[in-house]
Ligand binder design. Structure first.
Ligand SMILES: Nc1ncnc2c1ncn2[C@@H]1O[C@H](COP(=O)(O)OP(=O)(O)OP(=O)(O)O)[C@@H](O)[C@H]1O
Ligand SMILES: [Mg+2]
Length: 386
């Protein structure tokens, strides 16, 4: 029995599992899935995945399946990779043992650890580098067979591809986020350059030429008056810029007044109708946690910018409601609409998705060419994702 080949049912299962693993882009969910599947396809009572540290000397993480939480708490610190676990770290090749206790390399178990006998360990090698190990113990009915080892090796290969994939996805997301931040800075730089710097340059010219003609008091007076007026305009522009960067109203007065004033500004500048309605669960409190207020404000800001820039909307309705600890936000415009599935070049919607994900919420964009756009976000207000 020990050398029976991998049966067809298990092979099929492994193929199906591989498909679903490589589609999982969230590393935490992926690791949990790998441990669960490892246990299932080998018939092990306990399964674990050990993730190596940067130096590949110790395990930096250890995820288990089969051990309940209370037992895990009793055992205490997760293993770092001594004994048999360390054998795989130093020499990443499959190890299969009938009984851990009989192996001289075995280190023994800490107090409260359930007894474990048969053992199967296989390395997970990602792009040629040892990444971690799959550990399986206590095969149902005795020892692990060659076919179990084969199944675990196939699974470890799938796992490696899926882990690499999830890592690349995460890195790409980070790059996108950084690119979005950079684009934002570029926009401020351009705005400061085109508006404030140009304005100050004009003032400099005006006042210098007045200085040169300082013998003609009437001209000097005229220049100073013009300069004072110009300074007034510049102050207004800078005030608008600063408000866009971080509206004082958001910190001092809260979301409702901040959104009202944002809606008012957009309406005035664009000559369209923008309504804003904020209904919080506790009408007295009128404040949400600061992170949540910022998130909602930024979402509305980008949605309004899009409605003005792309939709040529005539009316935009902003609505924020709080219910059961959740904040729901809708921004609806009556503009051109667009194909939601089409590839996008900008970072606005991406940034919105990122912001909503960080707040542990969901974002839905509903639109069709010719039918306006509705952005709906639900933010839990609970602790954000670690
Ligand atoms: N309210 C809307 N109405 C019509 N089209 C929209 C709307 N919102 C977004 N779009 C379309 O979706 C695309 C992507 O929007 P997104 O905000 O991600 O990027 P952007 O506005 O083009 O650039 P950025 O936001 O980075 O300045 C837009 O280019 C536009 O074609
Ligand atoms: Mg945009």
């Amino acid at each position: 029995m020990a050398d029976e080949p991998l049966d067809e049912a298990r092979l099929r299962r492994l193929i199906a599992v591989g498909r679903s693993l490589v589609q999982q882009l969230d590393l935490e969910a992926l690791l949990a899935q790998i441990v669960a599947v490892a246990r299932e396809v080998t018939g092990a009572r306990y399964a674990a995945i050990g993730v190596l540290d940067e130096a590949r000397a110790e395990l930096e993480r250890f995820l288990t399946r089969g051990i309940d939480e209370a037992t895990r708490d009793l055992i205490g610190d997760p293993p770092r990779g001594h004994g048999i676990l360390g054998v795989l770290i130093r020499d990443p090749r499959p190890v299969r043992l009938a009984d851990l206790g009989d192996d001289p390399r075995s280190y023994g178990f800490p107090p409260h650890h359930p007894p474990m006998h048969s053992f199967l360990g296989v390395p997970i090698v990602v792009r040629g580098r040892a990444w971690g190990n799959l550990y399986l113990t206590d095969k149902e009915g005795g020892e692990f067979a060659a076919a179990d080892e084969e199944a675990a090796v196939i699974l470890a290969d799938w796992a490696a591809v899926a882990i690499d994939n999830a890592g690349r996805f995460e890195r790409q997301r980070l790059r996108d986020t950084m690119a979005a931040a950079e684009q934002e800075r570029r926009r401020w730089a351009r705005e400061l350059h085109d508006e404030t710097l140009q304005g100050l340059g004009g003032l400099q010219v005006l006042l210098s030429s007045a200085l040169r003609r300082s013998s003609e008091p009437s001209q000097v007076e005229g220049a100073v008056r013009a300069a004072v007026e110009e300074i007034g305009t510049e102050i207004e522009k800078l005030r608008t810029l600063i408000t866009e960067l971080r509206p004082a109203a958001l910190d001092e007065l809260g979301l409702e007044p901040a959104l009202e004033s944002l809606a008012g500004r957009v309406a005035a500048v664009e000559g369209i109708v923008v309504t804003s309605e904020v209904v919080l669960a506790d009408g007295e409190r009128r404040r949400l946690p600061p992170d949540l207020e910022t998130a909602v404000y930024r979402l509305v800001q980008e949605a309004l910018t899009n409605a003005v820039k792309h939709a040529r909307a005539e009316r935009v309705d902003v609505r924020v409601t709080e219910r059961d600890g959740c904040v729901e936000l809708t921004v609806r415009d009556d503009g051109a609409g667009f194909d939601v599935g089409a590839p996008r070049a900008g970072f606005g919607l991406l940034g919105m998705e990122e912001r909503v994900a960080l707040a542990g919420g969901t974002l839905a964009v509903q639109s069709r060419p010719g039918a306006g756009t509705t952005i709906r976000a639900t933010l839990s207000g609970a602790t954000p994702r670690p």
